[in-house]
Design a protein around this ligand. Structure first.
Ligand SMILES: O=C(O)CCC(=O)C(=O)O
Length: 218
């Protein structure tokens, strides 16, 4: 009841051509999402990838046919987890269906993600401004699901210095960007120290992507 009231106070918002913010969209699936995160991270543990710039502040894991990895040589999507040399855990159907429903709600029918990157942010962790441009599938949107403590999300245009909208993403919020916004610059400010009953001090974010299979590496 309170959830319904809260969601109705934060209406669905078009952020830009092709981009939508769906407050609370994933709340009904929260239990399933938390269980999926626990199952995936039991098989493919969260880790802080080391890039040329040093360790990333968000811990990451993936599920699906390919996962996102980084090392000092660069970023890529790989079929196997470099930590275990095993394929990434399967993407649970409930996650795939949630992502497809959110995409459809934002106007993208038949979204079929093959990769789900799961980020875990402790207080102080964030993600610098970037574009998602290595997927080789510009016609498919990115679907991003927030869980746990709030995050300040910056969403700009396809030019790095374009003006940014700053939105506070809460538990269960979903942002979808595709079409004219597919290459929008976006980032997450350092997470503030606060508390959520299901995640403690943590924020989780799941990003679903369709990726051109020709770009998968072993
Ligand atoms: O955590 C978020 O809200 C965004 C995550 C993100 O931008 C990414 O994984 O590329």
């Amino acid at each position: 009841m309170m959830d319904d009231l809260f969601v109705s106070l934060r209406p669905r918002t078009v952020l830009a051509d092709g981009a939508a913010w769906l407050p609370g969209f994933a709340l009904p699936d929260a239990e399933v999402l938390h269980q999926a995160i626990a199952n995936v991270s039991a098989a493919a543990p969260f880790r802080h990838f080391r890039t040329r710039m040093g360790p990333m502040s968000a811990a990451m894991t993936s599920c699906g046919a390919c996962g996102w990895t980084a090392d000092p040589a660069g970023y890529r999507y790989s079929r196997t987890d470099p930590m275990t040399d095993q394929p990434w855990p399967d993407m649970p159907d409930a996650l795939r269906h949630l992502a497809a429903r959110a995409a459809a709600e934002a106007g993208y029918e038949a979204f079929d993600p093959v990769s789900c990157l799961i980020n875990r942010y402790a207080p102080g962790a964030g993600m610098g401004l970037h574009q998602d441009r290595d997927e080789g599938y510009p016609e498919a949107p990115v679907v991003s699901v927030s869980l746990g403590v709030p995050a300040r999300f910056s969403f700009g245009g396809s030019g790095r210095s374009d003006p940014k909208q700053i939105i506070d993403l809460l538990d269960g919020d979903v942002v979808v960007w595709g079409g004219a916004s597919r290459f929008a610059w976006h980032g997450v400010s350092p997470i503030r120290e606060t508390f959520h009953p299901q995640t403690g001090a943590m924020r989780y974010n799941l990003t679903f992507r369709a990726i051109n299979a020709a770009l998968f590496r072993p």
